[in-house]
Ligand binder design. Structure first.
Ligand SMILES: NC(=O)C1=CN([C@@H]2O[C@H](COP(=O)(O)OP(=O)(O)OC[C@H]3O[C@@H](n4cnc5c(N)ncnc54)[C@H](O)[C@@H]3O)[C@@H](O)[C@H]2O)C=CC1
Ligand SMILES: O=C([O-])CC(=O)C(=O)O
Length: 258
């Protein structure tokens, strides 16, 4: 399988180098598309990427997925999405689903438990599904925040709850930090069932995601505590490895959990 990568930052850069170095059996790097043009990686145009890849990994952000995702699928290339939060836009999701012949795949990204939540939600609708994300306060500053609010975050001395609301709203408000809220909503198949919370903690060494759900199938609590990426600390360092695991499963579908 030839895999191309859109966005060669903290996630896509690790993925591209691992593919280039042959660490995934039966998968090779075709190249990367990134205006930042990492010097050690083969940088291609979109047309070149599409003509030399079987699978394209999006690791460039929610806006890039909206701009480029439909073209990847329409060119007949499979697409593995990391910026899952962009799918909170129903119109984009419909466009991507209609855009084939390429197939759409979603990365599990920074979290786990999505398979069990999906199974439990199929048994009977879940109630009270929540995901609480806690990150280092200074990394959660957003362009829509007032200067005073941004400064309060940068100088916070205690944890602050920044937003609590429907997953759709929270993933759009924190596009680099709360894609996981969308992942939980897509796993349970109900955007309105999932409440997302973002907490800024000046003392947080690790990024945490605590997912809870109750239903007929049982009661669930997943606590994930990830090391932040040293390059882009809003992203967990494990994310590129989730992507590489997905590529390995697509390239060589043997002994794969589904
Ligand atoms: N599903 C999940 O659990 C997670 C999803 N993410 C998503 O992954 C995205 C990428 O994360 P990082 O690699 O840490 O960010 P990063 O900032 O380190 O890298 C992003 C790269 O994409 C490039 N880029 C931006 N727009 C582009 C475009 N239109 N075409 C090509 N390249 C473009 C940038 O130049 C940069 O090199 C985040 O913005 C977020 O949406 C991040 C963490 C977890
Ligand atoms: O990497 C993480 O821990 C989660 C993240 O940034 C996101 O969901 O956008």
């Amino acid at each position: 399988m030839r895999a191309g990568v859109i966005g060669a930052g903290s996630i896509g850069g690790v993925v591209a180098r691992a593919l280039r170095d042959g660490s995934v059996p039966d998968a090779v790097l075709s190249g990367v598309l990134d205006p930042a043009g990492p010097p050690d990686l083969p940088v291609l145009t979109l047309d070149e990427l599409l003509s030399t890849s079987d699978l394209v990994v999006e690791a460039a952000g929610q806006r890039a997925l909206a701009e480029l995702g439909p073209r990847v699928l329409a060119a007949g290339r499979d697409l593995l999405v990391v910026s899952v939060g962009a799918l909170a836009d129903d119109a984009l999701l419909e466009e991507l689903l209609a855009a084939g012949p390429g197939e759409l795949h979603l990365s599990t990204g920074a979290i786990g438990g999505l398979d069990l939540l999906r199974a439990a939600a199929r048994m009977a609708p879940l109630s009270r599904v929540t995901i609480e994300t806690t990150k280092r306060a200074a990394n959660l500053v957003q362009p829509w925040m007032s200067a005073a609010e941004a400064e309060r975050l940068r100088t916070a001395s205690a944890p602050v709850e920044l937003m609590r609301g429907p997953a759709r709203k929270v993933t759009a408000a924190f596009p680099k930090s709360a894609n996981v809220a969308a992942s939980v909503a897509l796993a349970v198949g109900d955007w309105d069932a999932v409440e997302a919370v973002v907490v800024a903690d000046p003392g947080a060494e690790l990024t945490s995601h605590v997912i809870t759900a109750q239903g007929t199938a049982g009661s669930y609590r997943f606590e994930i505590r990830n090391q932040p990426s040293p390059v882009t600390p809003t992203s967990s360092a494990v994310v590129p490895h989730a992507v590489l695991g997905a590529i390995a499963a697509l390239a060589q579908p043997r002994v794969v959990f589904r």
